[in-house]
Design a protein around this ligand. Structure first.
Ligand code: SF4
Ligand code: SF4
Length: 106
């Protein structure tokens, strides 16, 4: 995780965070607590709180742009794990929260 993320959290409060239902613990090999998700189609769910406005994932603790943490970090979805700090989408989320753009890290 980028050091920037610890004082950001913008991407957890900017987009609908959706993924295949089998990533939830409703499936034997899933991890994301199903209780924290919301069905959005027959085969997909999203993190609760990311399906409405203002967006704020139910698992996000703290204050965006100050200090944040994810309550289910070890159990989070592939959508969360594959989101890259410094990517175009990252900087779009940061801009929504009036945070300056950052560069991608290797
Ligand atoms: S928006 Fe970018 S910097 Fe902020 S938490 Fe997400 S990945 Fe990290
Ligand atoms: S599950 Fe964690 S990493 Fe994923 S959007 Fe919610 S707070 Fe962010």
């Amino acid at each position: 995780m980028s050091q920037h993320c610890l004082s950001c959290g913008a991407c957890c409060a900017a987009f609908r965070v959706s993924f295949y239902w089998a990533e939830t613990d409703a499936h034997p090999s899933g991890t994301v607590p199903q209780a924290l998700t919301q069905a959005i189609s027959p085969h997909h769910v999203c993190m609760q709180g990311t399906e409405k406005n203002p967006v704020h994932c139910i698992a996000l603790e703290g204050e965006v742009g100050k200090q944040v943490s994810c309550n289910i970090y070890a159990l989070r979805s592939s959508t969360c794990r594959e989101f890259n700090a410094g990517s175009e989408a990252c900087n779009r989320a940061r801009a929504i929260h009036r945070l300056p753009a950052i560069a991608a890290e290797n």
